[in-house]
Design a binder for this molecule. Sequence first.
Ligand code: G3H
Ligand code: 13P
Ligand code: ZN
Length: 330
Amino acid sequence: MVSYKELGLVNTREMFRKAIEGKYAVPAFNFNNMEQMQAIVSACVETSSPVILQVSSGARKYANQTILRYMAQGAVEYAKELGKAIPIVLHLDHGDSFELCKSCIDMGFSSVMIDGSHLPYEENVALTRKVVEYAHQFDVTVEGELGVLAGIEDDVKAEHHTYTEPDDVVDFVSRTGVDSLAISIGTSHGANKFKPEQCTRNAEGILVPPPLRFDILAEIEKRIPGFPIVLHGASSVPQDMVAIINKYGGAVKDAVGIPEDQLRKAAESAVCKINIDSDGRLAMTAAIREVLATKPAEFDPRKYLGPAREWLKKLYMHKVNDVLGSAGKA
Ligand code: G3H
Ligand code: 13P
Ligand code: ZN
C-alpha cells in the first residue's frame, strides 16, 4: 500500500474549493507516457497552475501501474526541480469497478472517478457509495457521474446525450458522499464530438457545434450551490492540428470540438475540473507526422518525440492561460 501523501501528491478537495471561489477550472490532462507527463508538468509550472494528472484504465494498462506510481512521484519532483512545487493530483479517469478504484488508491492515486453513469440510478448510487467509503478512509477524493455523454467512453458507446437530470443531483451527492460530480450538458469524448449534420458552418466553412446546455448547468448549481462540477469531453479539437495531420497523410475527418469560449464560460461557474485528452493526442500526432514527413531520413525517436513534447506544452499553456483561467493559481 502506497499513500499518495508519501509521493507528494494532493487530493482535489482544497484545489476545487479554491477553483470555485476563484472562478476558474483546474486542468485534468490525460497522460500515459513520459513526454506527455513532462509537457503537462512543465506547462503548469511555467504558468503556475495546479494540475490533475489523469489516467484512464486503458492508460494504466498501457503504462503499467508500478511505473505510473513512480512517474507521479517523478512529476512532483520534476515540478520542484523546475522551480515550483505546484499542487499535483493523480486521478483515475472513468474507473468502472470498485476493484479498479481500490487498486489505484492502494497504489498512490490521490483521487478516483467511479463512473457508474451507464448503470441504473440505484446501482450507480450503491457502487459510488462503496468507492467513497473505501477512498475516504485514506483521504482520497472521489468523482461520480450522472448523465451520459454521447460518443465513446472506453468500450461503451452512446449514440445520444442523456443530459444530467438536475432533480437527481441532491439525492446522488448526499447519498454517495462524492467530492465532485461529472455532468452531461452536451460535451462528448473524442475528436468527432458531433456529426456534421448536427452542426452549422461559419463564414470560413468551419463546423460549429450546438451550444452546451448552460441552462441545465445553472439548474444543477441551484440545487447544489458551491459543489464541484466536472466537465468531461472538453477538447476543442484545434483545426490547425487536424489540418497538419491530414496534410501529412492523416485521415482525421469531420473532427469538431467544444468552442473555447464555451469552456471559458463553464470555468467561471461551479465547473472546477475540465478534462482534456483528445487535443493532446492531436497535437502530438501532428508534430510527429510533420517531422516524419519533412525529415524522412530521421529515425531517432527523440527527434520526433521532442517536438511532440514541445507542441503539447504549448497547447497546455494555452489551455491554462486562455481557457481555464488556472494560471497563477498554484
Ligand atoms: O475519457 C476517456 C479518455 O479520453 C481516455 O481514453 O480510454 O482511450 O485512454 P482511453
Ligand atoms: P476529450 O476526448 O474531449 O479530450 O475528453 C477527455 C475526457 O473527458 C477524459 O475523461
Ligand atoms: Zn471523460
